[in-house]
Design a protein around this ligand. Structure first.
Ligand code: BG6
Length: 479
């Protein structure tokens, strides 16, 4: 299979928060990979912005450290660094804006990437506008968290829309940039095999799992204000649910896709808080507890959540979607598992009813899809049944020529192209908060505490009970 890189036009990317953690881990390496792949050339400019007083050389040294990895070609790295410049700006004051206005070029795509805390979104947007730096064609990119609840998300939307039109605003949910997530759309809408089966008559239930091994150590302060509900469910898991459940859009255009996703969020039934399993990891050996990592011995914030979600529409009534995510679990494993209904009648005597087919769409660690089927146990001995899997691991079939890009690489290039398909629209984000808010409020009003679970487990007991009550079982994590 041939990897095709479609070059983008020259651009000026202005990265606010250019020395921050996300910039170092994802954005600079992502840009470098795209440069090496030949997706943009030496006509583009990458302007790092932060409050620190740094010389260009010192800043370039930081970028070099962030992108340098074994096997990097030093000549390519030097070429890339030539595109990188730095401006020190006070995001909420007057310092530095003139320099930025002078640095950006006319008739070139401008993208302002705000990898900063949400409280700076409004002030930066206003100064970009006031100083004449934002043009009608400029793009503004904002990172999650996009608000803390519906009210704050609305306020952020209002602030941004005072200076930018919706078609200029790119709200990142990096899960949408993952290869498998886009493949989910290809699987559903470029094949006719699945569509007739993709409904409640054929599908018993769907399990969406995003399990992480990592703790919240080092990010406790942020995380304790969020918990798994705000950090993962309201955005990443919600997006996976939308793409799995949405109707086929009539076209693959940003608004056609996002209209369909919005309809799913609007069709979600409220979830009673008693039906949700919330967990918090306890200390284990050398490893501290969630409360240690959060620096809050009384914290009632969840590091794990499992819930049953009903999509109240014609396609899905009667087919629950179970969502589960947590930190410090047994493995890093994320997948969407679609459980088809069991065969209605068993014709093979002496054999148990086989399990219905399960289609597993794996996001990580090894992206791919597996269809679990039942076949005849090969060889003599009568008609015995066994399970077999049709497996497609993308890394195998694509080989190195098209190693899946990191989500950020894809998303940044989409910003430059002006393609909003894989970004959240303002109404989508608000709608997701409108669904999440009453759940979070319910926990607070009733002073509910999460159940403790062991590091390296599959989460708290309540998560198992949630399924057990419905006569179902979770797929195992790290089997
Ligand atoms: C982030 C969350 O948005 O996504 C983190 O804030 C989480 O808590 C991360 O660890 C997971 O991303 P990925 O791509 O590693 O699955």
């Amino acid at each position: 299979m041939v990897s095709r890189v479609i070059p983008v036009n020259a651009f000026d990317l202005v990265l606010f928060g250019a020395t921050g953690d996300l910039a170092r881990r994802k954005i600079w390496p992502g840009l470098f990979h795209r440069f090496v792949a030949g997706q943009f050339d030496a006509d583009s400019r990458l302007l790092g912005v932060s409050r620190s007083d740094l010389e260009r050389d010192a800043f370039q040294a930081k970028v070099k450290e962030a992108v340098n990895e074994p096997g990097t070609d030093p000549a390519q790295l030097e070429e890339f660094l030539k595109l990188v410049d730095y401006i020190s700006i006070d995001a909420t004051g007057e310092r530095g804006w003139d320099a930025l206005a002078a640095a950006v070029r006319p008739n070139t795509v401008r993208a302002f990437y705000l990898s900063v805390a949400p409280k700076f979104f409004g002030p930066i947007a206003r100064r970009l506008e006031k100083n004449g730096i934002a043009t009608p064609d400029s793009r503004i990119v904002v990172e999650k968290p996009f608000g803390h609840d519906l009210a704050s998300a609305k306020a952020l939307n209002t602030e941004l829309r005072e200076c930018f039109e919706e078609h200029q605003i790119y709200r990142i949910d990096h899960y949408l940039g993952k290869e498998t997530v886009q493949n989910l759309m290809a699987l559903r809408f470029a094949n006719s095999l699945f569509e007739p089966l993709w409904n409640s008559s054929q599908i018993d239930h769907v399990q969406i799992t995003v399990a992480e091994k990592l703790s919240v150590e080092g990010r406790g302060e942020y995380y304790d204000q969020s918990g798994a509900m705000r950090d993962m469910v309201q955005n990443h898991l919600m997006q996976l649910l939308c793409l799995t459940a949405m109707e086929p859009p009539s076209k693959f255009t940003p608004n056609a896709v996002r209209n369909e996703k919005l309809k799913i969020i609007e069709a979600l039934e409220p979830v009673p808080v008693d039906d949700i399993a919330r967990g918090q990891y306890r200390a284990s050996g050398e490893q501290g507890s969630y409360q240690d990592h959060a620096g809050n011995p009384d914290s009632a914030t969840e590091s794990f959540i499992a819930m049953k979600v009903e999509v109240a529409n014609w396609r899905w009534a009667g087919t629950p979607f179970y969502l589960r995510t947590g930190k410090c679990l047994r493995e890093r494993e994320s997948e969407i598992a679609v459980f088809f209904r069991n065969p209605p009648h068993m014709i093979f005597p002496g054999t148990e009813t086989p399990q219905g087919n399960v289609l597993v769409i794996r996001l990580q660690p090894d992206e791919g899809m597996t269809l679990h089927t039942t076949i005849k146990d090969p060889g003599p001995g009568g008609m015995r049944l066994t399970e077999a899997s049709l497996d497609m691991t993308f890394a195998d079939s694509l080989k190195d020529s098209a190693k899946p890009q990191d989500a950020y690489e894809r998303l940044i290039m989409d910003v430059i192209r002006g393609d909003q398909t894989l970004f959240m629209r303002g109404d989508e984000v608000e709608s997701a908060w409108a669904w999440a808010d009453p759940i979070i409020a319910g926990w607070t009003e009733r002073n509910m505490k999460p159940q403790q679970y062991d590091v390296g487990s599959a989460g708290p007991e309540d998560a198992l009970l949630l399924m057990h009550k419905d006569g179902r079982r979770w797929r195992s994590i790290g089997a």
